[in-house]
Ligand binder design. Structure first.
Ligand code: SF4
Length: 354
């Protein structure tokens, strides 16, 4: 099965069942906006001894960015990425996605310079900043909030992975759930949108752990989510465990079933930035279905279709529109953010705990 750029998968139309980030951006800007990934040659405090050494047990940074040594100027990376995406999708607008390593781990003046350079590139309407919950001091959040106040799109992407401290300890994350709660609270106090990254299939975790983690994240309040299957990639501590038989990789059915469970629990106003992830075939040991994203998206969409539901648990059919009505564009000059009370024309109330 294959899915095209419209989001129509072999099983159906994904945005009819999942509030995807692409669809959210389309509704908000009236045209396609794509993330363009850049590598600004940051490092990570969980690798250099500041928070820990050795990094997370699953992390080989090459698995999500192969060029941590030789990095082109970020303007060149952005223009190149924009050209590729523009050719494929026709998108003229983009978000600069600072992805590799910990993209707030530098002195504030350096961050201001880097973020400012990215925002100055033609067609860039905002930033997505990937980082750790324990690496977002107030000065960094104030800087990001200043971009948002000037009308830029800003997403703070926090890698939480699990809300269970014992799991975080086991994978050597170097932070606990309390740091995440604190970071979210301070980000929201500044009106910043938070996208939380969760990994399904962490060592020692079951589907129940993932559901509890999601419930805790929703209870804290969140505007976006990224779901990701745990990849076993070469040259990691996890790879050693896997090869020893101490870690079992999840099947596609297990992952798609749990992703559907989590989507059913997630209110429609929380935007799904990602439902799976891929790793390069040279690095990926398991699960082998992680090599391509569309079969995984198809499986999740098909599972939701089989249940007759979409994100948030609404049953499709019985008089409901197949696709939820667009909330319409944000008010001019007011960058709307889902889930931020008082700021957001798109926000809908939701219970504190689901
Ligand atoms: S996964 Fe992120 S936080 Fe963990 S070691 Fe790798 S770059 Fe650092």
């Amino acid at each position: 099965m294959h899915a095209g750029r419209s989001g129509v998968t072999g099983a159906g139309y994904l945005p009819a069942r999942v509030h995807t980030f692409g669809q959210w951006l389309l509704e908000r800007y009236g045209q396609r906006v794509h993330k363009v990934t850049i590598n600004a040659a940051f490092t990570c405090p969980n690798r250099d001894g500041t928070r820990g050494i050795g990094g997370c047990t699953f992390c080989n940074n090459s698995s999500f960015n192969p060029s941590t040594e030789l990095v082109a100027p970020l303007e060149a990376q952005l223009r190149c990425g924009q050209a590729v995406v523009g050719k494929r999708t026709g998108a003229r607008l983009s978000l600069a996605y600072f992805q590799a390593y910990t993209n707030t781990y530098a002195p504030l003046d350096q961050l201001r310079l880097l973020y400012g350079r990215a925002l100055a590139v033609s067609g860039v309407v905002g930033l997505a900043i990937g980082t750790r919950p324990d690496c977002v001091p107030d000065g960094v959040l104030d800087l990001l909030a200043s971009y948002r106040a000037s009308g830029k799109e800003v997403w703070l992407e926090l890698g939480l992975q699990s809300s269970f401290d014992e799991t975080l300890l086991r994978v050597n994350r170097g932070h606990g759930f309390a740091e995440y709660q604190d970071a979210v609270k301070r980000a929201h106090a500044r009106g910043l949108a938070v996208c939380t990254h969760l990994i399904l299939g962490l060592p020692g975790e079951t589907a129940e752990h993932a559901k509890i983690t999601l419930d805790r994240v929703l209870e804290e309040g969140v505007e976006g989510l990224k779901l990701h299957p745990l990849h076993v990639v070469r040259e990691t501590a996890l790879a050693v465990d896997y090869q020893r038989g101490d870690y079992r990789a999840w099947s596609l059915d297990e992952y798609a079933g749990l992703a559907a469970d989590l989507l059913e629990r997630t209110p429609w106003d929380v935007v799904l930035h990602r439902l799976t992830g891929t790793a390069s075939p040279e690095l990926l040991l398991a699960p082998n279905w992680c090599a391509k994203k569309w079969p995984v998206l198809n499986a999740i969409e098909a599972e939701l279709a089989r249940r007759g539901v979409r994100q948030g648990g609404l049953r499709v059919g019985a008089g409901l529109p197949e696709r939820p009505a667009s909330p319409g564009p944000p008010a001019p000059g007011l960058p709307g953010l889902p889930g931020l009370p008082g700021l957001d024309p798109l926000a809908t109330a939701r219970p504190a705990s689901r």
